[in-house]
Design a protein around this ligand. Structure first.
Ligand code: DQA
Length: 145
């Protein structure tokens, strides 16, 4: 199976951006982790894509139809605003796990809503970059079962 890992706005700034919240690991570290964990979980292909633009993320989800079997998505701030990402996930029907590096449940009120969650098989939050590994294993298990 093939895995698509999507990251939304400001996640290219990992390592620099609010390290007390998001840690010191960089986006390059995150890509290495996803490639390694993806391979270990049995994915034959792992594509990682980051964009600060909502429409570019919608385009990637649409283009995944017939090409990827599972999606790990950290929509970042678009989590809390984007019906377009929710609709794109519903349109393609590819199993998706929502990931947040920080524990969004213990943060501001405006982070308590997630539009994409309704189209995801699970949410992983507050596990740092390791949460992407967790999400990848959830998807691998879902595809096995
Ligand atoms: C985030 C949490 C979001 O609320 C925030 O806007 C982000 C990152 C996380 O990974 O913890 O940019 O998705």
């Amino acid at each position: 199976p093939r895995l698509l890992v999507l990251n939304g706005p400001n996640l290219n700034m990992l390592g620099v951006r609010e390290p007390a919240i998001y840690g010191s690991g960089t986006y390059a570290d995150l890509v290495s982790l996803c490639r390694r964990e993806g391979r270990l979980a049995g994915f034959s292909e792992v594509r990682c894509f980051q964009s600060n633009h909502e429409g570019a993320l919608v385009d990637e989800i649409q283009a995944a139809l017939g090409r990827y079997d599972a999606i790990v998505l950290n929509p970042a701030a678009y989590t809390h605003t984007s019906v377009a990402l929710l609709d794109a996930l519903k349109a393609v029907g590819i199993p998706c796990v929502e990931v947040h590096i920080s524990d969004v449940s213990s943060r501001e009120d405006f982070r308590q809503v997630s539009y994409v969650r309704a189209a995801c098989v699970a949410t992983v939050s507050g596990e740092g970059l390791a949460g992407y590994g967790h999400a990848i294993r959830i998807l691998a298990d879902a595809l096995d079962g």
